[in-house]
Design a protein around this ligand. Sequence first.
Ligand code: NAD
Length: 247
Amino acid sequence: MDQNISKLAGLIKNSPRTVVVTGAGISTEAGIPDFRGQNGIYRKLGEDRVMRIINIDFFRRQPEEFYKFYRQYFHFPPVEPSKAHVVLADMEKNGHIYGVVTQNIDNLHQKAGSKKVIPIHGNAERYVCPARHCQAEYETSYVDNYPEVVPRCSQCNTILKPDVVLFGEQIYSYIDAREMILSARLVIVIGSSLTVYPLAGFVREFSTFTQDLVIINKGPTYMDHAAQIKFDTNHTGDLLEKVNRLL
Ligand code: NAD
């Protein structure tokens, strides 16, 4: 393990551009469960059910049912960034990493101080009015305090949508996220099983070049075979802290 930590520090030092790709696993140490892990909602509720309800068509057709489910299962507890988020922000500040592409919707990279973050699945702390002429934005507190289950825009009365990418919708910043990953010399994947496309596809595309891929994930991922180093750990914060000390 220690040998691999020095090896990763060496790869980062020699890399002119390092990009970090994160998934739900980086936020479990902050207290937000992932979907596929032991406490994840896919285990509890079934992946099919989640995909059917957290879906743009379902949202449009049955907003009341959508919001009942969303309010119950997608309301993240108010948590602070984990050590891993903080160390990554520090690495960016010191020029060791270029930026982060994340599947997470918890806003924790931004809260930790990372500046160059592409949150391709949006931000669960924001709601938007989907009416083209309006597009007003709201914070979670507006929805939390709304007197009905289905929140509406205070300006035009349209039903608000969480500012997250639902199943059946395009990810945000597709081109920028792909470009950031493909332009890297080193990609470090943290806390993602690399199951969800298109992000998993960008990493797959990247790994066909001659650059370096490192994976830090508890359990297997779909790209383990292509990784120069694979860390199988839950203690991502401690690991990154050790790497950071060597930079
Ligand atoms: P995933 O659930 O498929 O994979 C998470 C991986 O992280 C798992 O392999 C798990 O074993 C690993 N893991 C858990 N804790 C870890 C730790 N401390 N250190 C290292 N690895 C750890 O997650 P995914 O690939 O990100 O995809 C799930 C989808 O769910 C994404 O689209 C994401 O938007 C969404 N999601 C987001 C959040 C969030 O914003 N925090 C939480 C749950 C799900």
